[in-house]
Design a protein around this ligand. Structure first.
Ligand code: LLP
Length: 410
């Protein structure tokens, strides 16, 4: 069998090798499963680098005034902060924990932005003591907490724009726990002045997994009309393809939309998370049971589930799946996890090629918000993260052990 390309939802450079097995970053995933065990998150390092460069180049071709900020909540681990800072990106952190990871990775604190609708006094102290570049202020209470600290801040606003996406990940509407409604912004500006904070600009994030770029253009227009600020941060949200039928907007079209209404002297910032890492990663599992219930359904159960990917359960997210060394099957199966509830289904009704016990099963496009939202339900240890490049694989986050599970118990 000759090498074949796989669909665009797989990491860039993925292919089926001569043995008909999926290769990610030049590594045969069946061999990775044997070496590192399953489940495991497998990333193509070059995919993330290529996307980071695509963002930077798209801006650079259009303006000198820009900053690309990695929204690290999509996939927070030190190796990733390091990778993106090598590519010249800044990062945003949404908690003291993410700040800790970014600093542990050696990121320049000046290149960090801190978000959160309820940053605790301890988190704010940690950020200030670390010399963080910007804090994105989200409420009057927070401005009061920062009073007198001479910090550079931005104001998060809710521009009243509702993109088409799952309601749980819409954030720009007025009825939101985030930010200041537009008509409160003048009062928030005054509060920043009274608190002696250095207000550098406005920020808005209208939602996530957005596949139509016009809303970003609208957002740019609304923010630019709100006053003269050196920085305008239009947040993240650019969507990705999860299944072969889906198409995501190009990074160029997205950047065009962000810049369309930006005044020349303004620096435009954006915060992609999913679009930088989502398609870079796949999850590999081992098939443990194949239960064919006559005239009902075939359940293919794998050794992970809602502990390593909550997205299907939380947002009804749809994924593809394949047997790693037998792509392109026609038997409709439901991929169940190993957790103790019926809702633990990773993919419903997906065609697989004659699934058998012991097969390695791969779910693509799990690079964003899978590892990030992993949990220990049923005391299942969380999977490792493996970076692959040019045929070499390295563990950047090790697998959790049973001893890790008792580490905090007293
Ligand atoms: N900036 C801010 C302020 C955000 O709140 C977010 C995401 C981003 C940037 C990055 O958005 P992205 O480019 O990744 O769409 N767990 C959900 C996604 C929640 C996103 C929350 N905020 C999911 O799995 O779909």
């Amino acid at each position: 069998m000759s090498a074949l390309a796989v669909s665009h939802v797989y990491p860039l450079g993925s292919r089926l090798n001569e043995r008909g097995r999926l290769e990610v970053g030049g590594c045969d995933v069946v061999e990775l499963a044997a070496e590192f065990g399953t489940p495991a998150y497998v990333y193509a390092e070059d995919d993330m680098r290529a996307r980071a460069r695509a963002f930077v180049e798209a801006f650079r071709a259009r303006t000198e005034r820009f900053e690309v900020i990695y929204a690290s909540k999509a996939f927070p681990c030190t190796a990733v902060y390091r990778l993106f800072s090598e590519e010249g990106l800044s990062a945003d952190v949404a908690s003291g924990g993410e700040l800790h990871l970014a600093l542990a990775a050696g990121m320049d604190p000046k290149r960090l932005y801190m978000h959160g609708n309820n940053k605790s006094p301890a988190e704010l102290d940690y950020a200030l003591e670390s010399g963080i570049g910007h804090i994105v202020a989200d409420s009057f209470d927070e401005i009061a907490r920062l009073s007198g600290r001479a910090q550079r801040v931005m104001l998060r606003v809710t521009p009243g724009i509702k993109p088409t996406t799952h309601s749980y990940i819409q954030t720009g509407q007025v009825d939101s726990k985030f930010g200041f409604p537009m008509d409160e912004v003048p009062r928030a500006v005054e509060a920043c002045e009274a608190a002696r904070l250095e207000l550098c600009g406005l920020h808005a994030h209208i939602g996530s997994q957005i596949l139509d770029v016009e809303v970003f253009e609208k957002l740019g227009e609304v923010l630019a009309a709100m006053g003269d600020y050196p920085l305008l941060n239009l947040g993240g949200g650019l969507g990705i393809a999860y299944t072969a039928e889906e198409r995501a907007p190009s990074i160029e079209d997205y950047v065009d939309a962000l810049l369309r209404h930006a005044p020349d002297d303004v620096t435009v910032l954006c915060e992609p998370g999913r679009a930088l890492v989502g398609n870079a990663g796949v999850t590999i599992y081992t098939v443990g049971t194949v239960k064919r219930i006559p005239d009902v359904r075939t359940y293919v159960a794998v050794d992970g589930g809602m502990s390593d990917n909550l997205r299907p359960m939380l947002y009804g997210a749809r994924y593809e799946a394949e047997i790693a060394d037998r792509f392109g099957g026609g038997e409709i199966c439901t991929i169940a996890g190993m957790h103790c509830e019926s809702g633990d289904v990773l993919v419903r009704d997906v065609p697989l090629n004659d699934p058998r016990v012991g097969d390695v099963l791969v779910i693509p496009a799990t690079g964003a918000y899978a590892h990030a939202m992993a949990n220990n339900y049923n005391a299942v240890p969380r999977p490792p993260v493996i970076f692959c490049r040019d045929g070499d694989a390295r563990v950047v986050v090790r697998r959790e052990t049973y001893d890790d599970l008792t580490l905090r118990d007293r």
